[in-house]
Design a protein around this ligand. Structure first.
Ligand SMILES: [Zn+2]
Length: 481
């Protein structure tokens, strides 16, 4: 057994140990949740001011003994730009630095922990700016459990699944710098055996992989789930999962309906974030519940004013209560969220959010191939120095514009993207990469259209994957960051 595998097995054991408590917290009443949240918020703020130079200054005038969900609103907001620019002063272990984590991320494929305990992940983000996040031993465990505890509860209560690890198949990110892939690798074996089917594979390979794996649980991006529902309806995909989870993109009503028709069960929506893990997770009765014991979610409008339940936020301020290594207090993320005022039929005291509406990330169609935008996100998200990008489809490949803060090898980015396109089935893909000072934002300064497909005039017919649904206005930024 390799050193990494031995260490990983310790992580698996830790997840098995922590799971019962996190599952139990799903059933806590509101008062107990609120008290627990306040205590943990104070604990986080205390540890941050003691161990982080940046927070010592920022929270200097805050009375931590009186900090709670109400007074939290008086604290300053942390943006991704601020986080990345002050990273080394924000982290609470003096050994950690952004440069070192970036270096670690370049070797993450081989399997290793930073300083034998830390896990690092990256995110593209709604504007394409790359974020880097680092989790300590237990916080990475909680990150995973916050997403999986509902499924683990089903697994542990199901006599059919007693005595064997259940199979969890994820049709999601390919690279281990992305949370979904990193979690699947770390925790495979903790009641669940992970099978990973990268979304950059051709659809028929994902279908074949699922037919072979016969997963008990399925986790997929909604755009992929939509295709899989069609494949199941057509009889090519033959699986009988006990739970289906969808995350990282808006779960559109038509995708939910197609999947629920194909498999005859509620789809569990997951609002996962690189900053908060399972930030809100579905219960199986149709509700998607905020993990109120692990994060504080403040929905706000564009000006940062609180949005009442029932209204849709322009962004949220997220406080992660479980990762003292990288304290995130009122961290701004641009996801649009509607907290629902009423209780879920399941009885949970964790507030629930509506399914986000909006349209899918744009898929590029090349003759008989549909290429998921994650293929580009995955390769560009790995390039340290790239802070923003825009990918324009060309007839034989893509023209990529990048904004950089550090020198980047354009040739290696180009070659990696071309290789990924070739693996996705394109013949001799043509890719160009250029550095620009600013990216084109046709919709105004706020939103960047990161993926620009070829127009309908040049769009070839006969895609191998079913066409995406009719799309509404682009108003949602998904959490696949
Ligand atoms: Zn519920």
């Amino acid at each position: 057994m390799s050193d990494y595998e031995a260490r990983r097995q310790q992580h698996v054991a830790r997840a098995v140990t922590l799971a019962p408590r996190l599952i139990e917290q799903l059933d806590w009443p509101a008062e107990r949740l609120a008290a627990y949240r306040t205590a943990r918020l104070r604990e986080l703020a205390r540890s941050a001011t003691m161990r982080s130079r940046w927070y010592r200054e920022r929270l200097a005038n805050v009375d931590i003994d009186r900090l709670d969900i109400t007074t939290l609103a008086g604290l300053p907001v942390l943006t991704k730009t601020e986080l990345m620019e002050n990273f080394d002063d924000i982290v609470t272990d003096p050994r950690l630095s952004l440069a070192q984590i970036e270096h670690h991320l370049r070797t993450v494929e081989t399997g290793s922990y930073l300083f034998d305990r830390y896990t690092a992940i990256t995110s593209g983000g709604s504007t394409g700016r790359r974020g880097v996040f680092v989790y300590d031993w237990d916080s990475w465990t909680v990150f995973w459990l916050s997403l999986m505890r509902g499924v683990l509860r089903v697994k542990l209560a199901d006599p059919m699944l007693a005595g064997r690890p259940a199979v969890l198949a994820s049709a999601a990110a390919a690279h281990f710098s992305h949370a979904t892939a990193a979690m699947a690798r770390t925790f495979s074996g903790a009641h669940l055996t992970s099978i990973r089917l990268p979304v950059t594979l051709p659809a028929e390979q994902i279908v074949a992989g699922l037919n072979q794996a016969q997963p008990d649980f399925l986790l997929a991006y909604p755009s992929v789930l939509h295709v899989l529902a069609h494949e199941a309806a057509a009889g090519r995909l033959r699986i009988a999962p006990r739970r289906i989870m969808a995350g990282a993109e808006p779960l559109l009503p038509e995708i939910r309906a197609a999947a629920e028709q194909a498999w005859g069960m509620n789809v569990i929506n997951v609002w996962g974030t690189s900053e908060g893990g399972g930030t809100a997770v579905g219960c199986g009765r149709g509700g998607t519940h905020i993990s109120e014991d692990q994060v504080i979610v403040e929905p706000v409008d564009l000006a940062g004013r609180p949005v009442e339940p029932g209204g849709r936020s322009a962004k949220v301020y997220l406080t992660n209560l479980y990762n003292p290594a990288l304290p995130l207090i009122r961290y701004q993320i641009t996801d649009e969220v509607t907290v629902l005022p009423d209780r879920c039929p399941c009885g949970s005291a964790h507030r629930r959010i509506a399914d986000v509406q909006g349209r899918l990330d744009d898929v590029f169609i090349y003759q008989d191939r549909r290429v998921h935008p994650h293929l580009f996100r995955s390769e560009l998200g790995r390039a340290a120095g790239v802070i923003e990008y825009q990918v324009r489809q060309t007839p034989a490949g893509a023209a990529i514009a990048v904004r950089c803060t550090a020198p980047v090898s354009l040739d290696s980015v180009r070659d990696r993207v071309a290789a990924a396109l070739a693996r996705a089935g394109l013949e001799r893909p043509q890719v160009t990469v250029e550095i620009v000072d600013r990216l084109e934002r046709p919709g105004g300064p706020a939103k960047l259209q990161r993926f620009i497909p070829l127009g309908p005039d040049s769009e070839p017919s006969g895609p191998a994957w079913p066409a995406p649904p009719a799309l509404g206005p682009r108003d949602v930024v998904s959490a696949g960051r």
